[in-house]
Design a protein around this ligand. Sequence first.
Ligand code: SF4
Length: 416
Amino acid sequence: MSVPAVKKRIALSNSRIDLHRCPHYFREKVLRKITTLNGQEAERGLWIHSYLQEYVNHLLNTGQRADFAFAATLFDRMWIERPMVPELKQELWNLSVGYARSTEFDVERIVDAELAIDLDWDLNIVPKEKRDEIWFRARLDLLSFADEGVAIVEDYKSSWRIMPEGELKEDLQAKIYAWAIFHIYEWVHTVKVRFRFVRHKKTTQVIFTRDEVAYVERTLREISDQIEARVAQGLDNDKAWPTQPGDVCNYCPIRCPLARKLEATDQVIQDASHAKRIAEEYVALSRTYDKHQKLLKSWIDVHGPIGVNDKIVGYFPESKRCYDGKTIVDTLMGNQYDVTGLYNVTSTSMEEFIKKYPETYGLFKANTTEKAQTKFAIGNPEDVVTDIEKQPKAKKSKKKGETTHAGEQSQSEPVS
Ligand code: SF4
């Protein structure tokens, strides 16, 4: 793919770089600016960022580490100024006020809340009045300086999944933050990057040195070259903008051509006929899902797991609890317990029983074993069973050509 010599390049940012993991999504969102994407979904993240930005600025102005009363007042005001669908109100409250009230901000060390580092192609800082020269923008939610030469960059995340440390250390977005700080502060020798998962009130942190992220500049230029080369092939040329499923699908709200435009992008069901259409799509999707799963199982049983960008389809280890129900019930009856409700010993019936008779906990524990098994799913490459011999053996079902799997306890769920 060749790159035009003199031309203004498409301005990039850490979030745009992330979107380009799927070129199709990048084209729809960044270049075509399709606003019929799931607006509420995108707005939710922006809403939380704006809320926390204003909240932290208030703390910085008043020198407080937390302000519970202001957290609630700010929510009420923002809800009037930037209303969302009523169904999101409770969730937004939890993500904003709930998070603010569970956290203290280190205001003595924070130097900026919502800092934008704008660079041109030669990596010079672009002043505000020359915005059209920006080639790359790194936007940081919080910047603090700790000990001498140590900077802390923090980013708010409203995702359901908490990124573990090992993954964050390899995350390009985290590396871009560190690289941008090293670039503009020559005296910084260490950058701590923290992702604040506001939904779970948990933070993951990784530490970078200058050498570890020096290559990020080259990566950004390469991605920029790829995007320019795609643009040169034409916006309407679908082949230049392929779909590339992976982690990015978790928050992609567009109607993906891969899913044959069947997935729901609606936020709420409006009426009965709308509900019927969603139900029809649900049924059609579940059939497609089952069919794909069956086909893939037959292939993977013989050839092993299949990588799909940063995800993998295959078998994943899981453990199942098995109870020796007969011994448990016989022992309890022998000790004159009322075992009504323990006709089937399951996690739920066991918990209920132990709540009523806490002294029986030891009996249940002694008669419970963990059984290792596998489940078919989409997951991370480091977790998949790669040894074909350790996958469950397929056996012929009654219907010609279909396979079932020994030890399969339940429908597998996609892991996001
Ligand atoms: S769902 Fe995934 S593959 Fe489809 S367009 Fe979105 S990011 Fe790309």
